[in-house]
Ligand binder design. Sequence first.
Ligand SMILES: *Cc1c(COP(=O)(O)O)cnc(C)c1O
Length: 408
Amino acid sequence: MNDATRYLVGGVNSPVRAFRAVRAPAIMAAKGHGSWLIDVRGWRFIDLVMGWGALILGHQPVCVNRALSVQLRRGVCFGLTHEAEGELARLINEAVPSIKKVRFTPSGTEACMTAIRLARAHTRRTKVLKFEGCYHGHSDGMLGKQSAGVPTSIAAETLVAPFNDLTALEEIITRFGDQLACVIIEPIPANMGVIIPDPEWLRRLRVLTIKCGAVLIFDEVVTGFRVAYGGAQTLLRIMPDLTTLGKIIGGGLPIGAVGGSRRLMRRLAPTGDVYHAGTFAGHPLAMAAGIATLKELARANVYQRLEAVGASVAEGLQRAANRAGVALQVNRVGSMMTAYFCEEPVRCFEDARRAHAARFRALANGLRQRGVLLPPSPFEAWFLSVAHTPAMMQRMVQHSADILRKLN
Ligand SMILES: *Cc1c(COP(=O)(O)O)cnc(C)c1O
């Protein structure tokens, strides 16, 4: 029994860290360096959790450490506007096509909450449509029936449709279109594991939301600056009305952001009537780490390198599974991927849920014993960083091949 297990609820501050889905003891992190995570026992792991995607440059990149130490000497908290907020907002504006104005929050949860509030004010409607398996933080409305303590009146305002399903989407918009304030979606989901969106379906969603007058919110908390510098909307060439960001834009520090057109964004206080505030919104350390990260990502070849390492891991795993006679579906976009143990392609949450849980556990636990840390749940994305070298990922693939061979 340590202090964490004694004094924290379930020994954690966020449930997936308890490793329950793989029925293993939680990892107690001590240190991170590059692509490595070192636990309190001194064991080293190739880290594929990477701060749940926040650390695209790896642990402790020099540029971020340097920016943080400069900011430490200036002060960590002002409660006033400071220059770095404007600079990070400008970098985001220049990168993400649909974003003209930005509001920072201390978390992705708050960014999504604020975007939805803005959409409700703009449309004077209340209902929100989300998609099964997508995660938009832990606000009441976004958890709905998945959590106790959410009033049924609030859960009733959230409609849920299956991802990648055109018939279901058209039906729900025909029926509820004139009551919809917004549709919120992970354009490339990472929170039921990685799912590849059908581009035609997403384009149809854009058209239908314009037709029914609902605000389209792309939740790019994971995909922003991950799948491309300008996020999934750049990759897919679809413009949402509002975008939420988080994770990478804080370089590993707590952050979130809402962005969109001037017309929509100016509804926020103090220029508009939609309230949002935060003691730690635009936090100087998060701004400093975010600016350093984005500047590094803007350099040549970063995304090509991430793509190349990602592709070699995905292909290596698929080949190893085929050789072992194990059914495996590897979904990947750039440096994020998930391998599902099932026969059929995985295109929605229902498909993901059909995957073989015991096989995932065997892979995750086997890899951990061999020094590779997968996210401890089958419904999570595995994240690579620029610090993950082809050689070390080759080792990861070989370890996976050993484990897959013993599965049958
Ligand atoms: C992580 C995440 C959030 C929530 O962000 P927090 O900073 O954890 O509150 C929202 N949406 C998506 C897509 C996420 O992956």
